[in-house]
Design a protein around this ligand. Structure first.
Ligand code: GLA
Length: 385
């Protein structure tokens, strides 16, 4: 959809009037470093070129109306009243949560009509929720004449929306990537300190392919919070023996020696080993060793499958099919897991064959049609017009 088409749909829905502004926020893909952002580890994500557009026009009252070309219904909130999470508000809870927190933080807001339109699949592990949260925050701050928006602050702020308003205890990775993404770069982020560097992402004759299992993530939120709780428990036990700032600063030896509960031991083993893999991945990418990079992707998936137990049949099947293809260097799940997407590094010349074979094998085993996207890494949230 072009900006002009979005603006035309906006006028169709809300009528003619003053100037309409358009903003864009990407989804994100994590290359490696899964379930360790909330354990103080390193992650290695990037913003996608797929994402969500938001068109907006100011109103003269205290009302904000949210609609989306991807979902039916228009949701209205009045920001002079308290805004609470309401199940019936469906997807519009994400932007409403942003408004609620902006208000609590004392920002002066103006009424607005908003129309979203995205090409990012929902609930597929590509951070559609972070995209809409960051987009709403950025758009309303810009519209209230905040010219310099601190994007690290924006990432933290929208993470709070997710934690406090939506009730998912997520880490900082998604909102950070969506806010601070940079074209053709991945972000090497220290989630302890929020220090980050951009790492040029050039795979030469290979491409990054995203594989959507089209298996909706079920109970993902409660299982996510449960995993987080287990990590906290493991850390508490280790802290009886060592001074540790977070679970990622433990060693594999500490984990083996002091965690007797097999579940806690496995969870912590994933966390500590995954953190080491991220650092290694950054090093091998720097020297263009894609074979090693692919091996690290495979090892990451195994650890998420066996120790962290967040993969499931569909993600295991699709990554196995991908890894069996002669042109694939490595494949792993990306994001929270429990369904959603995987990634694979595939020789660009053989992508069509890869998609055909992997898609067919996955369909024969899981009865679901996978979608494939070849998305470069793109810019973080920005104004389009
Ligand atoms: C979700 C969360 C992130 C991160 C990933 C797993 O995407 O929102 O904070 O924890 O899962 O790496």
């Amino acid at each position: 959809m072009t900006t002009e088409e979005l603006v035309a749909s906006f006028k169709n829905l809300y009528g003619d009037g003053d100037e309409i502004k358009v903003y864009f926020s990407p989804g994100r893909v994590n290359l490696i470093g899964e379930h360790i952002d909330y354990n103080g580890g390193f992650v290695f994500p990037g913003a996608l070129t797929l994402g969500i557009f938001g068109a907006t026009r100011k109103r003269k009252d205290n009302k904000i109306r949210f609609s989306s070309l991807n979902h039916p219904g228009t949701y209205e909130i009045d920001f002079s009243r308290a805004i609470e999470f309401e199940k019936s508000r469906s997807w519009a809870n994400y932007p409403s949560g942003v408004i609620s927190l902006l208000k609590k933080e004392g920002y002066s807001l103006s009424g607005a009509d908003v129309l979203f339109s995205g090409n990012l699949p929902d609930g597929a592990g590509l951070s559609s929720s972070a995209a809409i949260e960051v987009l709403t925050g950025f758009m309303f701050l810009k519209e209230s004449n905040q010219n310099e928006i601190d994007k690290v602050w924006l990432a933290r702020f929208t993470q709070n929306v997710e934690n406090q308003f939506i009730g998912v205890n997520c880490g900082i990775m998604d909102q950070f990537s969506v806010s601070l993404g940079k074209k053709n770069n991945a972000i090497f982020l220290n989630c302890q300190t929020l220090e980050y560097i951009y790492a040029p992402f050039d795979l030469g004759e290979y491409s990054l392919v995203i594989l959507n299992t089209n298996k909706r993530r079920e109970l993902a939120e409660s299982k996510y919070n449960e995993r987080r709780g287990q990590c906290e428990e493991a850390l508490e036990i280790l802290r009886k023996h060592y001074e540790l700032s977070d679970l990622c600063s433990a060693t594999l030896e500490m984990v083996e020696n002091h965690l007797s509960d097999p579940i806690l031991k496995a969870r912590a083993r994933h966390v500590v080993s995954e953190n080491l893999r991220v650092v290694k991945a950054m090093e091998v990418l720097k020297i263009g060793d894609l074979v090693q990079f692919g091996q690290l992707l495979k090892a990451s998936h195994q650890s998420l499958r066996d120790d962290y137990e967040v993969t499931g049949k569909e993600l295991d099947t699709i990554t196995r099919s991908a890894n069996e293809h002669y042109s694939c260097l490595g494949s792993r799940m990306t994001g929270a897991g429990f369904g959603g997407c995987a990634i694979a590094v595939v020789k660009t010349a053989d992508i069509e064959d890869f998609i055909n074979k992997t898609g067919a094998d996955y369909f024969s085993k899981c009865g679901l049609r996978a979608d494939f996207y070849i998305s470069g890494l793109g810019e973080g949230v920005h104004q389009v017009s």
